[in-house]
Design a protein around this ligand. Structure first.
Ligand SMILES: *[C@@H]1O[C@H](CO)[C@@H](O)[C@H](O)[C@H]1NC(C)=O
Ligand SMILES: *[C@@H]1O[C@H](CO)[C@@H](O)[C@H](O)[C@H]1NC(C)=O
Ligand SMILES: *[C@@H]1O[C@H](CO)[C@@H](O)[C@H](O)[C@H]1NC(C)=O
Ligand SMILES: *[C@@H]1O[C@H](CO)[C@@H](O)[C@H](O)[C@H]1NC(C)=O
Ligand SMILES: *[C@@H]1O[C@H](CO)[C@@H](O)[C@H](O)[C@H]1NC(C)=O
Length: 238
């Protein structure tokens, strides 16, 4: 898989701060750069991270705040759909360790890894669609029968989004039969602070972007700050 940034013009936003990190996929420092981070804010952040690391493995999602007023920090973590509890746990542990050194002078950051997403900020971002932070990865290989399944795939993704958005915890993992015993595995998920309507909107926007970035790819992952969309084809070699 290689990483391609969504052109900023599409979402009218800048990807200047998106950089590829060694173990994860990507991160973005949020808010004012080079801000002075108070000791109290750091303490709150560390407490929040331990809380999130403790909460997330069993549920796949955690949301919390620590502190008050100027030193209040908001954070959330989400484990990816199809991973084991221990992989989620170690992913979050790594992300909380790495994110501070990646964005030492920011009061917020988001980090996407293969198995989890972590976000924190001193601004209350709960319940708001995050369209400011996006990126996707795609397999350079194409679907072998792309033209014949194009329409079906798009309808299927919309269906997944519709079902996920109205069924807490807004996570869905399904297969689509693409003929000759070949399967397309797909998953969608939203951060659970979103309303059903906003979850659907976040996923619809992602689905709408697929034809612009990677419709024909054999495997795609498209992330925003508040939802994730994936599909990957498995070909039966027999
Ligand atoms: C932030 O600090 C670094 C290192 O001190 C400096 O090179 C950079 O220009 C600063 N950026 C801003 C936006 O002030
Ligand atoms: C991510 O999770 C999967 C499935 O649980 C696991 O096989 C894989 O090793 C994990 N990746 C990392 C980098 O831990
Ligand atoms: C955590 O980081 C270590 C090294 O920093 C790396 O070897 C390991 O694969 C990472 N685990 C996950 C789950 O990302
Ligand atoms: C995949 O399809 C795209 C668009 O049709 C094309 O530009 C690209 O070269 C193809 N990649 C491979 C590896 O065949
Ligand atoms: C996704 O594909 C893999 C490989 O074929 C398969 O083992 C797995 O069961 C599929 N996932 C689902 C939800 O069926």
């Amino acid at each position: 898989m290689f990483i391609t940034k969504i052109p900023s013009s599409f979402y009218l936003l800048s990807f200047i701060f998106l950089l590829q990190s060694a173990f994860g996929l990507e991160y973005k420092c949020l808010g004012v750069q080079n801000s002075t981070i108070s000791d109290l804010y750091c303490t709150n952040l560390n407490e929040l991270f331990s809380y999130l690391s403790y909460e997330v493995p069993a549920n796949g999602f955690a949301l919390g705040t620590k502190g008050h007023d100027a030193d209040k920090v908001y954070g959330l973590t989400i484990g990816n759909v199809d991973i084991k509890e221990k992989d989620c746990q170690s992913c979050i542990a790594n992300a909380t360790n790495e994110i501070r050194s990646l964005c030492p002078n920011s009061n917020g950051a988001i980090k996407w890894s293969h198995n989890c997403t972590l976000k924190y900020h001193n601004v209350d971002f709960f319940g708001h669609i995050d369209h400011e932070t996006w990126f996707f990865t795609k397999d350079p290989q194409n679907l072998t029968n792309y033209q014949s399944i194009r329409q079906k795939k798009s309808e299927w993704l919309t269906q997944l989004a519709g079902q996920a958005s109205i069924n807490p915890p807004m996570v869905l993992f399904r297969e689509l039969d693409i003929g000759e015993n070949n399967k397309l595995n797909g998953s969608v998920q939203c951060t659970r602070d979103l309303s059903s309507l906003d979850c659907m909107k976040c996923l619809s926007d992602s689905i709408g972007f697929v034809p612009k970035c990677c419709d024909s790819s054999k495997a795609v992952r498209l992330f925003s700050g508040t939802c994730e969309l994936r599909f990957e084809a498995y070909y039966n070699k027999a």
